[in-house]
Ligand binder design. Structure first.
Ligand code: ADP
Ligand code: MG
Length: 580
């Protein structure tokens, strides 16, 4: 084929692919434009996960009538004029690509009015071409409506996920901007229902209460440069935000959000710097909630790394990381002096003791409350000894516990180390699966329905998983826009902090499944979050009961995620290692 210039429609579609990956990218670009236009009220509406409709209405500056068409031209922007401007970007947008890209892959209409115009301008754009223009009454500000996204790019359409997933991505985008701009009122209406709203009060903590729930927000510690006496007034980097006290943790990193000059960014090193500030304070595999907003001279950071602008390059990365870590660490240390030695932190240890009290005294507890249902399935019940031939583990004699993590046991041929969490996960998984198969799920009715506040993402995951959770014994119903009511739970987790198990379960279900999960995913996730954790002291009786239950499992050697539950050091290996 000879070389030829691509017709603009094709070139535009190719370029659009970089900016508009999914409905949430459209929301991101339109919200950025509204913010750049100085809006204080931004209303976002979506239908069918954004593929049918996305509408963003703002009360910002509006676009002057004579410039309306130009806004849709590629590389048309009012935000930079020269190459020098690129070196110090103060707006969220600057590439002049968003509207052109969106218009190349969807049917777009624009209604806008600038203060200087009497009448607003209405434009309809299809396939990148303006097909209708008229004067129309409009309040000051801009409304962009995007319909039938990717109608002309079937390849992209195919890759879109379920509506609930796309909606969750959209909610994430809106929440991030709400956090970065607490003085702006945001509302997100999904299929006619209010899914998220920020108060626009100017107080970051008010927004965080909406994003993470009031209980979480109440346990956040402020990172405030004004209170940092050691910070020099001409510091290059200012670190603001909120971080969770160490006892408030999550099973994923979704509670960790980073912003640079009011732009949400993804940066592994910076995230790592924050997690490191918690060094020795977090239980293994747990992550803090931390919303960190960095402010620095725009010349110190390059945002023009990627069309989606969510990656940045710092001119002096190590300064940024160390300042961030120092600021977070200072707050944590002021909150609770950090022991020098690595010890389980008190709050976690407390929670552990509590849990074990519940487990071992389940019978007693139940008598006291007069609720006999609770004893139906104690978690560590001692099963009958199985037929030896059917055993896939040899009979083991428990010797003790190592590092509050492993059970040490003796078998016919040497030493066995059992991972207490993995083993309990396997036992719980088997138990829950067997109960479901027999349609005899052991359910614990709660004495009082428990309200659990959820984030929009957790809410939409809940909607999707409701059936599976019900089959496991959860009785949950939505209760308002951001809360659900738990009426019953599987008996196996009855002694746990149910709100935490539920949130952790939903967080994990909301993510792409790891490749290793075998069998039934929802059951596996519940088993994982209900299972005893590393870091818990077990009594000999509890260890014995757990090992005996594990011996009865059909697959005692792996947890439902496929990780080993048992390591074996044979007599032969020991003899070899000791040179006997
Ligand atoms: P960029 O934001 O990178 O400049 P866009 O394609 O997103 O590029 O927008 C092009 C131009 O259209 C902007 O520079 C701005 O002048 C104008 N514009 C877009 N959306 C709005 C809005 N909501 N309010 C006011 N002006 C807008
Ligand atoms: Mg823009």
């Amino acid at each position: 084929m000879p070389i030829r210039l691509l017709p603009p429609e094709i070139a535009n579609k190719i370029a659009a692919g970089e900016v508009v990956e999914r409905p949430a990218s459209v929301v991101k670009e339109l919200v950025e434009n509204a913010l750049d236009a100085g809006a204080t009220d931004i209303q976002i509406e979506t239908r069918e996960g954004g593929r049918r409709l996305i509408r963003v209405a703002d009360n910002g500056s509006g676009i002057p009538a004579r410039e309306a068409e130009l806004a849709f031209a590629r590389h048309a922007t009012s935000k930079i004029a020269s190459v020098e401007d690129l070196a110090a970007i103060r707006t969220l947008g600057f590439r002049g690509e968003a509207l052109a890209s969106i218009a190349a892959v969807a049917r777009v209409s624009l209604l806008t009015r600038a203060a200087e115009d009497e009448v607003g301008t209405f434009l309809r754009v299809e396939g990148g071409q303006v097909v209708q223009r008229e004067g129309r009454a409009s309040p000051r500000g801009t409304t962009v409506t995007v319909e039938n996204l990717f109608y002309n790019v079937p390849a992209r359409l195919k890759f879109l996920k379920a509506d609930a997933t796309e909606s969750a991505h959209i909610a994430n985008v809106v929440m991030r901007y709400a956090i970065a701009f607490p003085d702006v009122h945001f509302s997100l209406v999904r299929d006619g229902r209010l899914a998220f709203q920020s108060p626009g009060s100017g107080r970051l903590l008010d927004v965080l209460a909406k994003v993470f729930g009031a209980d979480t927000a109440a346990r956040l510690l402020p990172v405030d440069p004004a209170e940092d006496a050691s910070l020099s007034p001409d510091a290059k980097v200012r670190v603001r935000g909120y971080v969770s006290e160490p006892s408030l943790t999550r099973s994923d990193r979704d509670g960790l959000m980073l912003f640079v000059n009011r732009r949400w960014v993804q940066d592994r090193s910076l995230a790592y710097a924050v997690i490191q500030a918690y060094h020795t304070m977090l239980p293994e595999g747990r992550f803090p909630v931390a919303v960190i907003l960095l402010e620095m001279d725009p010349a110190e950071v390059d945002v023009n790394v990627h069309p989606a602008k969510s990656e940045v390059r710092f001119r002096n990365p190590s300064l940024v990381f160390s300042e961030t870590q120092r600021a977070v660490r200072r707050v944590l240390v002021a909150h609770a002096p950090v022991p020098e030695m690595h010890m389980p932190q008190p709050t976690q240890a407390q929670a552990d003791t509590e849990r074990f009290r519940t487990l071992s005294q389940l019978g007693l507890e139940a008598q006291r409350t007069g609720d006999t249902e609770a004893v139906r399935t104690p978690v560590f019940q001692v099963p009958e000894r199985p037929d030896p031939a059917a055993r896939r583990l040899p009979p083991l004699r428990v010797l003790g516990q190592l590092a509050q993590m492993y059970i040490i046991a003796e078998g016919p041929d040497g030493l066995y180390l059992i991972d207490q969490h993995a083993a309990h996960e396997r036992v719980m998984y088997d138990q829950l699966m067997a109960q479901q198969a027999a349609a005899q799920v052991a359910v614990q009715q709660l004495l009082q329905p428990l309200p659990v506040e959820l984030t929009p993402l957790q809410m939409s995951t809940l909607e999707e998983a409701l059936g599976d959770l019900a089959a496991l014994g959860f009785e949950i119903e939505p209760f308002g826009e951001d809360t659900c009511l738990v009426r019953a739970v599987p008996a196996a987790i009855a002694g746990d902090d149910i709100a935490t198990v539920l949130r952790d379960t939903l967080n994990e279900l909301g993510q792409e499944p790891p490749p290793l999960v075998q069998g039934h995913r929802v059951t596996a996730v519940v088993a994982c979050h209900g299972a005893v954790r590393a870091g818990k002291t077990l009594t000999v009786e509890e260890m014995r009961a757990l090992v005996e239950q594990l011996e009865r499992s059909e697959f005692p050697r792996t947890c439902p995620h496929g990780r080993p539950t048992v390591l074996h050091l044979s007599m032969g290996l020991l003899a070899r290692e000791f040179g006997r």
